[in-house]
Design a protein. Structure first.
Length: 121
């Protein structure tokens, strides 16, 4: 069964593994480490938030989401979402689509995001 929940510091190893799997799949260099994920996502001033997708309790995908600053509007702008699921069961179950939908419905999303266009990449 598919479940989607906010990630926590105990998920860092699984996140790093899935990021590296994606990099191999796409033939991209990757330098992210568990230390950088822990510091930047679960430290004192998180730079991103993550939802974890699990199938039968096993990591199946993720959705990172974070603010960016709109220079044209002079304020924190739209929210960027980066969702990945490359494992066979994840692709079959469309886990990436489910995680993006969860971000847009997430209670973790501050009210300041209301009315913004959500971008996926």
């Amino acid at each position: 069964m598919l479940s989607i929940r906010p990630a926590n510091s105990g998920d860092v190893s699984a996140l790093r593994t899935m990021i590296h799997e994606f990099a191999v799949f796409e033939h991209l260099p990757v330098v992210v480490t568990e230390v950088s994920l822990l510091r930047d996502g679960f430290g004192e001033r998180p730079r991103f938030r993550v939802l974890m997708a699990e199938w039968d309790g096993q990591p199946a995908g993720y959705a990172f989401f974070f603010d960016y600053y709109s220079t044209f509007e002079g304020r924190v702008g739209k929210l960027s979402i980066c969702s990945r699921s490359l494992r066979a069961v994840s692709r079959k179950l469309r886990v990436a689509s489910s995680t993006v939908r969860s971000v847009t419905r997430s209670r973790a999303r501050p009210a300041a995001y209301a009315g913004n266009v959500w971008q996926t990449h």
